[in-house]
Design a protein around this ligand. Structure first.
Ligand SMILES: Nc1ncnc2c1ncn2[C@@H]1O[C@H](COP(=O)(O)OP(=O)(O)OP(=O)(O)O)[C@@H](O)[C@H]1O
Ligand SMILES: [Mg+2]
Length: 427
C-alpha cells in the first residue's frame, strides 16, 4: 500500500500543507527544524494513532490552534487500484474524530488497520536501551496493526488495570477484606485475566512469527556469529523453558522458579487467562499489602539478546542501533508476510549509520512499495535510493531535481497537486 496524497491543517508546524506522493522512495531533505519529521509523523499518526516522538497529542496540534486535521489518500497496492481516504481531527481536550472514505467512524481507533506503517527513527534506540514499557509499546503497536480489534482489548485492559490498582491502593495494608471489596476485586480480577490473556496470546503469536525476521535483518545489517534473538519475559506466566535466550533479568526468586516451570508459548487466550487468574490468587495478599497490580502483561518485557548476552547493558552503541533497526525491519517483514505492504518511514536514520550499514539497509528496502525518508543532509542517503527528492525549507516543499532548479510554485486549493509543486507551509 502507499500514500498518494497527504493534507494537513494545523498539524505541528504546518498551518496548511498538501503533498502528493508516489510509490517507491521519496526523500525529504532540509535543514534542522524545517518540518520534515512533522510531515512523515502525520502519515505515521494515521496508521497508528500515535507518534514515535510524543506520548500525548497536544504537541501534534499547531501551537495556538484548537485542532489539527490530517488526511491521506492511500492506494491498496501497485496492482490494486482500490483507494481509501483516511482523516483524523485531533482535538485539544476532546475525543478525536475520524472518518474513512468521508464516512464518520464511531471511534477514532476504528481507523486502525486501514493504513499500515512501520517507522524507524533515532528514538528507537529506546527499544534496546530503554524501559520495558518501550518494548511493550512496540509489540502492542504491532499487534494492533495486525488485528485492529486488539486496540479495544488494550484500551479495556488499561482501564481495568487503573481501576483495579485504585481499589488495591484503597485497601493497602488491610488484613481482611469486607464482602463488598472482595466481590469488586473479583470482578476486576476476572476482567484483567480475560483481557490480559487475549493480549498476551496476541503478543506471543506476533513475537513468534516476527522473531525469524528480526534475526535475519540483524544478520543482513551487521553480519556476526551472534544471533539476535527476541524472547518474552513474563513476570506472571512463566517462560518457555526451551527458549535458550530466556534470561530472567528482574523479579523475585519465586518468579524465576515459576518462570522456569510454566511453558506458555502456544497456549490459547483462555489458557493464559487461567494462568493469570491463578497467579493473581497466589499474589493477592502481596498485592493488597503493596497496593499495586503485580500480575499481568503490563509487567512483562521482551528480552533482546545477542548470542548469549542480553543486548541491554551489554551491546555496544552500534550493536544497539543495529538491533533497533532489526526490530523495525522484523516488524516490516512480518506485516509484509501477513499480505499487506506497509509504508516504511525512515526518519533521520541515515545520519546515524556508517556507510556499510547504510548500503546494507538500502539494499534491504530497495523493493519496498513505498519508503518515506527524511534527512538533514541529502548525501547521507545512499544514491542507490534515488527516488524522488524534495527540499523542505521555509515552510515549503520543493522538488530537488537533478538540474537543481526548484519546481514552480502553485496554489494551495487544488486537492491533488503534482508532487513537484511548491507547497504552502508554516507562515
Ligand atoms: N505543535 C507545534 N506547533 C508549532 N510548531 C511546532 C509544533 N511542534 C513542533 N513544531 C516546530 O516544528 C519544528 C520541528 O520540525 P521537525 O521536527 O519536523 O523538523 P525536522 O525538519 O525534522 O528537523 P531535524 O532535521 O532536526 O530532524 C520545530 O521548529 C518546532 O518548534
Ligand atoms: Mg527530523
Amino acid at each position: 500500500m502507499y500514500v498518494t496524497h497527504l493534507s494537513l491543517a494545523d498539524f505541528r508546524s504546518w498551518p496548511f500543507a498538501e503533498l502528493a506522493f508516489e510509490p517507491g522512495v521519496t526523500t525529504l531533505t532540509g535543514r534542522n527544524g524545517q518540518g520534515k519529521t512533522n510531515l512523515v509523523e502525520a502519515v505515521e499518526y494515521l496508521g497508528t494513532l500515535g507518534s514515535h516522538r510524543v506520548a500525548s497529542e497536544a504537541p501534534l496540534i499547531r501551537h495556538g490552534a484548537p485542532r489539527a486535521i490530517v488526511r491521506a489518500r492511500v492506494q491498496a497496492g501497485l496492482d490494486d487500484a482500490r483507494a481509501l481516504t483516511l482523516e483524523v481531527e485531533i482535538r485539544s481536550g476532546q475525543a478525536n474524530r475520524a472518518s474513512l472514505n468521508r464516512g464518520p467512524l464511531k471511534r477514532a481507533r476504528d481507523l486502525l488497520g486501514a493504513l499500515r506503517v512501520v517507522v524507524f527513527s533515532p528514538e528507537d534506540l529506546r527499544l534496546v536501551k530503554g524501559d520495558p514499557a518501550d518494548r511493550r509499546r512496540f509489540i502492542d503497536d504491532l499487534v494492533t496493526q495486525r488485528w485492529p480489534r486488539l486496540a479495544g482489548v488494550r484500551a479495556d485492559y488499561d482501564r481495568v488495570l487503573r481501576q483495579r490498582s485504585m481499589l488495591l491502593k484503597s485497601l493497602t495494608g488491610r488484613r481482611t477484606l469486607d464482602e463488598a471489596s472482595e466481590a469488586t476485586l473479583e470482578v476486576w480480577d476476572e476482567s484483567l485475566a480475560k483481557l490480559g490473556g487475549e493480549l498476551v496470546e496476541a503478543r506471543l503469536r506476533t513475537l513468534e512469527a516476527m522473531a525469524p525476521f528480526v534475526t535475519d535483518a540483524y544478520l543482513a545489517i551487521a553480519p556476526t556469529n551472534n544471533a539476535a534473538t527476541v524472547a518474552y519475559r513474563s513476570s506472571s506466566l512463566g517462560a518457555d523453558p526451551n527458549a535458550a535466550t530466556f534470561l530472567p533479568t528482574k523479579g523475585t526468586l519465586a518468579d524465576e522458579i515459576s518462570c522456569a516451570r510454566v511453558p506458555f508459548i502456544g497456549k490459547s487466550a483462555d489458557e493464559l487467562a487461567e494462568v493469570l487468574r491463578a497467579r493473581m490468587a497466589d499474589r493477592r495478599r502481596e498485592e493488597i499489602a503493596r497496593g499495586v497490580t503485580l500480575v499481568g502483561p503490563h509487567r512483562d518485557d521482551l528480552v533482546l539478546s545477542l548470542g548469549e548476552l542480553p543486548a541491554k547493558g551489554y551491546a555496544s552503541h552500534g550493536e544497539s542501533w543495529s538491533f533497533a533497526l532489526a526490530l523495525r525491519l522484523g516488524a516490516y517483514g512480518l506485516l509484509r508476510a501477513d499480505g499487506v505492504e506497509p509504508v516504511l518511514i525512515l526518519d533521520d536514520v541515515f545520519a546515524e549509520l556508517d556507510d556499510v550499514r547504510r548500503a546494507r539497509l538500502a539494499a534491504m528496502i530497495a523493493d519496498a512499495e513505498q519508503v518515506l525518508i527524511t534527512a538533514a543532509v541529502a548525501s547521507d542517503v545512499p544514491s542507490s535510493l534515488a527516488g524522488r527528492r524534495y527540499v523542505v525549507a521555509d515552510g515549503a516543499v520543493t522538488r530537488d531535481d537533478s538540474s537543481g532548479t526548484p519546481a514552480p510554485g502553485g496554489g494551495t486549493e487544488d486537492p491533488s497537486p503534482a508532487p513537484d509543486r511548491r507547497e504552502d507551509g508554516p507562515r
